[in-house]
Design a binder for this molecule. Structure first.
Ligand code: BGP
Length: 458
């Protein structure tokens, strides 16, 4: 069968500043944490070891072209642009991003820019990070500076990438700095992130720029083990906490009442100001990026909560290991392709069918060298992963979902937070030592698919 996509469908990939650029003047929480606890990072490899996009941006953009990308998302590093987060703008950073943006446009690759992809300037973390409203204001200033500097040539902006992840990692589950475990502080961080998002949207609207502004959310559909009301209720709570905590404010301009009531009943609500509600209502977006990697399967808890243990989302559900699920064993994530369709249908039916696109989807695999044939990684598993997801996405489009594109994570194998280079995701293989880039089979497959705006499959 031939899967053909709408005209002007966005074909591309996503990456981020910290994971690709390399050293910069302004320190981030990642540099700080790595210097103190290198053991937290796979093989002790830290954020300085990148694919050196800062040096190789020009030839890398040639490679994007070779992959027939018509669009590409990366992020601006707040700490590179404004090393202390709030003070002087670094002119070298301005030159760098200008060159990248201009070259992308010249090559016919539409730049999509994220303003914050997990990379908090350390100077901002030192004053409390997202727990401090001054940091919200500093971020809004940074966003406004980016719009003024680059807004004439960047027409697709994203305030945050996966804003729930720093909340989970930094304040609940101990996989991002500052390694706090405290739900109320997590809720404050999440809330302030929404305020920061809304302030950036407000600034963007006030500037009357030519483009559009959105956010990238990792939407993880919550599937209950069964239709037993206890399981369904458990899945609903997970959905409220991990999806709707950002999805509702950015698409509906308000928080779900059920979520507010639940947190209130456990005294976990962050401090709010009366004017916040108006600001959040102004934060409605033009375009939603959806990152989809895995579903969340849940069941009701089998055991009572330990009242001494910290309050956690898991007070309301247990994770469920569905027999027969398909796993990516390297990342430990389930692969469930229909999830991409379920997300789109949910957006269509419950959120007014917003303009959206898949902004990340991908498969990290360990030790891909074992698949080298004639000097090239033959990653057939990745081609299958992509085509199966695209088939479900295609079904969504046929059924009226407003999905405008598909971006893969990622372009060139890159540094992956605590996993460093354990799992490789790229269309292009990176030899970290020599910085040599070699296109994988999946890169060729994607280039052909993008060129034809379609692919064939049985
Ligand atoms: C997303 C992030 C990316 C990227 C990807 C792969 O959550 O937006 O930055 O890293 O996941 O995940 P990981 O690197 O943790 O394997």
């Amino acid at each position: 069968m031939k899967y053909a996509f709408p005209d002007n469908f966005w074909w591309g990939s996503a990456s981020s500043a910290l994971q690709t650029e390399g050293a910069r003047e302004g320190e981030t929480t990642w540099d700080y944490w790595f210097a103190r606890e290198p053991n937290r990072f796979h093989n002790g490899v830290g954020p300085q070891q990148t694919s050196t996009f800062y040096q190789h941006w020009k030839t890398d953009i040639q490679l994007l072209k070779q992959l027939n990308h018509n669009s590409f998302r990366t992020s601006i590093s707040w700490a590179r642009l404004i090393p202390d987060g709030i003070g002087e703008v670094n002119p070298e950073a301005v030159d760098f991003y200008n060159q990248v943006i201009d070259e992308l446009n010249e090559q016919g690759i539409t730049p999509f820019m994220t303003l914050f992809h997990f990379d908090m300037p350390m100077a901002m973390q030192e004053i409390g990070g997202w727990e401090n409203r001054d940091v919200v204001d500093a971020y809004a200033r940074y966003a406004q500076i980016c719009f003024e500097l680059f807004g004439d040539r960047v027409l697709h902006w994203f305030t945050f990438n996966e804003p729930i992840v720093p909340v989970e990692g930094g304040y609940l589950y101990d996989f991002h700095y500052p390694n706090v475990v405290d739900f109320k502080r997590a809720a404050t961080v999440a809330y302030h992130t929404v305020l920061a998002h809304a302030q950036a949207v407000r600034a963007y609207r006030a500037g009357h720029y030519a483009g559009e502004i959105g956010i990238v959310l990792n939407l993880t559909p919550s599937y209950p083990r069964s239709q037993n009301p206890a399981d369904v209720k458990a899945a609903n709570v997970a959905d409220l906490m991990f999806n709707r905590s950002f999805l509702d404010p950015v698409l509906r301009g308000e928080y779900p009442a059920d979520l507010v009531a639940l947190l209130k009943s456990y005294d976990q609500l962050p401090a709010c100001k009366p004017e916040d509600g108006f600001l959040i209502a102004e934060g409605k977006i033009d375009l939603l990026g959806v990152n989809y990697y895995q579903p969340r399967r849940v069941k009701c808890r089998d055991s009572a909560v330990n009242p001494q243990a910290p309050f956690m989302p898991e007070w309301f559900f247990d994770s469920y290991e569905m027999p027969g699920r398909k796993m990516n064993p390297y990342r430990g994530w389930e692969i469930y392709e229909p999830g991409i369709y379920d997300i789109l249908v949910n957006l269509r039916d419950n959120y007014g069918n917003p303009r959206c696109f898949i902004s990340e989807n991908g498969m990290g695999v360990e030790n891909e060298q074992r698949f080298i044939e004639n000097g090239q990684i033959n990653d057939q598993y990745r081609i299958e992963f992509i085509s199966e997801h695209l088939a479900w996405l295609h079904k969504g489009i046929i059924e009226g979902c407003n999905c405008l594109g598909y971006h893969m994570w990622t372009f060139i194998d890159n540094w992956s937070w605590c996993n460093a280079y354990k799992n490789r995701y790229g269309f292009i293989q990176l030899d970290l030592a020599t910085q040599k880039r070699t296109i994988k089979k999946s890169g060729e497959w994607f280039a052909a698919t993008a060129l034809n705006n379609s692919f064939d499959r049985e």
